[in-house]
Design a protein around this ligand. Sequence first.
Ligand code: PRX
Length: 648
Amino acid sequence: MNQIENVLHENRHFPPPPEFQAKARLSSEAAYQRMYRESIDQPDAFWGRIARELPWIEPFQKVLDWSNAPFAKWFVGGKLNVSAVCLDQHAYGVRAQKPAIIWEGEPGDSRTLSYGELHLEVCRFANVLKRRGLKKGDRAAIYMPMIPEAAIAMLACARIGVAHSVVFGGFSAQALRERIEDGACTAVITADGSFRRGSVLALKPQVDEAVKGLDAVHTVFVVRRAKNPIEWSKTRDVWVHEACAEASPECTPEPMDSEDLLFLLYTSGSTGRPKGIVHTTGGYIVGSYLSTQYVFDLREDDVYWCTADVGWVTGHSYIVYGPLANGATVVMYEGAPNTPHPGRMWEIVDKHKVTIFYTAPTAIRAFMKWGDEWPAKYSLATLRLLGTVGEPINPEAWIWYHKQIGHERCPIVDTWWQTETGSIMITPLPGVTSTTPGSATRPFFGVDAAVVDEAGKELGPNEGGYLVLRRPWPSMLRGIWGDEQRYRDNYWSKFKTMYFAGDGARRDEHGYLWILGRVDDVINVSGHRLSTMEVESALVSHAKVCEAAVVGRPDALTGQAICAFVTVDTGLEPDDRLKQELMEHVAKEIGKLARPAEIRFTDMLPKTRSGKIMRRLLRDIAAGIETVGDTSTLEDFSVLARLRDNEE
Ligand code: PRX
């Protein structure tokens, strides 16, 4: 575990500010302990009670069935509909007029949808989907910009029992196609384009390319946003605004079994194809509902803004499902954080009187770089709570966030979780936990987290090891789409009865958890996990490339940056033009996010005798540090020396 051991020694502690604590949902260690203990010692009573706060269509008979581990069933026999949880219970009650979504477009246009209005829009959209033949058990891909229709589309699918597979709008046509095919989606929901960095980013052409020749995709639903010219198939394409205008605003929610599929969301694995993470209905909504309430200390009058994209799990659980299940007011923003100026986020906080702000460390590092003068121009007085997610936050960024954004008044919740966990697993509770920069602190309710060694034995204080979860939780993944074995191998083979998250961690002497990063090769660029294998196969798909190995190297802004080691065909003299060409190639194949920051040509890659590339050696070279690890299995020692000589 040495390579992920961190050397951070952070002793600053920030107790909850008294004004915050006075009004918090949970405000004492004793209350937290009571609830946490119950969640661990009597999980059925705990989760049963929380789940019954939601409007079930038919009650569940059993809280958990773990007899077929690692395939969990939660709230067995219960039926409910997630869109009804998020909408109907509010729209038909006192929250009918309450803003559900306050949306801000990049050019400065904005739109507010009350719970009543959102409910109508979702019902209309659901009827449009139905009219094109979509029904319970189908799957639809959603490839959308950050506009309210992204949330509306997700909820409309949920309403009629169609599982959605949201693909990040920044992914290439090829990446979209792979995901459509893997999930066997029969429809795609997209927009003509969106506004990004001051210009129009077209989306529909990517969809056209992605579905070319895919006969299974019978319909492409297109939301009109940017009015950019697009090609049109009369038989396949449907304008959403036209179809919705004729659709009925009434749509009975489909009663869904607690374990029916709610969505697929693809995430990178360390090897092989992207994994379609399976999330089901009852457990997922209970997990996102409870965590939103307690982690963000949600109150009726909060204006809550999570800056993630709906293409990532954070956007699913903490823009759409968790907040709406709680009847919260959510802010959604279409554009880039520095368009038209680097103060854009703070301008939105000021304009919409945001009280809770949840973002990623990589964004915070960008804000720092742009300068303190930008947040200083706006009133941030309404903010009362800040959050981060996606990667470990470096203490410097934490302190900046605390001072420049939180004005030393707002607690910061550093939340650790994954696409696979569905909801927040390790986090401070803002009215209770004394925070310390860089630590996600303690497990959330129902979460039994431990740090273990290779043999699965729990480690002592400050010993770096593997982070595991020792019992099932409601919002856990139910599998990898179409690949039961891969699910077992990826998460349950290392420690059999414990879920292995893939991350390293240590627990300090106060019992606080410190996440040390991934123990495998996945690269985290700006909080997004990218598989080395996907980037490598994109590089190798270029005609001039023989072989490629990709690693992350530390980057002050994006957390990690991609460094690619590439061998080219013999006889070819690689030059800077080829470097550029390869960078563009990867961007086109996978998306801009995956574009390597650096490409180094080499005539050989370090490999083990069995032919595996030794990425950890390359990581050291990319980071410019001396290799300290074991090189005994390295096939050709001279390779390392030659790679170093090629350093720029
Ligand atoms: O390595 C951890 C890191 O992000 C991984 C999960 O990535 P993804 O499934 O894309 O979900 C991101 C949003 C939930 C984790 O295995 N990670 C996430 N949050 C933190 C983190 N690392 C340290 N601290 C965090 N707060």
